[in-house]
Ligand binder design. Structure first.
Ligand SMILES: Nc1ncnc2c1ncn2[C@@H]1O[C@H](COP(=O)(O)OP(=O)(O)OP(=O)(O)O)[C@@H](O)[C@H]1O
Ligand SMILES: [Mg+2]
Length: 240
């Protein structure tokens, strides 16, 4: 059965909201961004009055990288936050159905670098593709390809500039390039020591430096992602 846009929307909304972070380019900060946004959604739900346990059960992270770094890291943490979901690599649809039954509201999928049929499967199941880019020429080229892939899959997408170097010309160049390509969230995430330090301390940056610059940057991105999904600025459409 071919689905028209409205049916597609219905089909997708009978499942949790799914956001896939991807880019063929390695090391652009995809996994860090995925985890940080998941934690931001968790914080938004707690802020809306949900208990920490319920919010933790409502936000799930699916790691599709065979190296499993993000899941390993999430499972090493001894603080509450988004739940880490282990899934057989070829069982995404079944996993999403199970998570739906368990009451999960939002699933963030972290893709490894490169292309594979698994990326296509993730995007087919997604409400939004989040393309995480740095600002070098090869990053921008990879991001162009990633945008084409989103278009081929007929899914909504946003691009994010990560690891920007503060006041560097190259960051401005990357910003302009991404802006020109469309669907760009115009708030760069700068390369900051606190981002890397948070991870080695088993914390999200919002926990490590609650009022720090990185936490603010992640909050802006999360709000823009929420808007891209028509959920207001603060995940307002998510049931609590
Ligand atoms: N904004 C940032 N500032 C400083 N360091 C960052 C930032 N974002 C990510 N990092 C660091 O960059 C490194 C790579 O990040 P990450 O593993 O998230 O990238 P990735 O795109 O998922 O990599 P891969 O392509 O291998 O999956 C990590 O050490 C991470 O802590
Ligand atoms: Mg990764």
């Amino acid at each position: 059965m071919r689905l028209n846009s409205r049916n597609k929307q219905k089909f997708k909304r009978s499942r949790p909201l799914v956001i896939t972070t991807y880019n063929r380019k390695g090391g652009t900060g995809k996994s860090t961004l995925t985890g940080s946004i998941a934690f931001e959604i968790y914080l938004a739900l707690v802020d809306k009055g949900m208990s920490e346990e319920d919010a933790s059960s409502a936000v799930a992270v699916v790691d599709r990288d065979p190296q499993g770094d993000l899941i390993t890291w999430l499972n090493t943490r001894d603080r509450i936050g988004p739940k880490a979901v282990v899934t057989d690599l070829h069982q995404l649809s079944a996993t999403l159905r199970r998570l739906n039954k368990e009451g999960v509201q939002v699933v963030l999928i972290d893709q490894p670098p490169g292309y594979s049929p698994l990326l296509s499967e993730s995007l087919k199941n997604s409400n939004l593709g989040l393309i995480c880019s740095m600002s070098g020429r090869s990053d921008i080229n990879a991001t162009k390809e990633a945008i084409n892939i989103a278009r081929e899959h007929d899914i909504n997408f946003r691009t994010v500039l990560n690891k920007g170097i503060f006041r560097a010309k190259i960051t401005g160049w990357g910003f302009d390039q991404l802006e020109e390509m469309g669907n760009f969230i115009p708030y760069p995430i700068y390369q900051r020591v606190e981002m890397a330090e948070a991870v080695v301390n088993n914390l999200f940056v919002q926990e490590w430096k609650k009022f720090g610059k990185s936490a603010k940057e992640i909050n802006k991105i999360s709000r823009s992602v929420s808007q891209a999904l028509d959920l207001g600025g603060n995940w307002e459409g998510i049931k609590i």
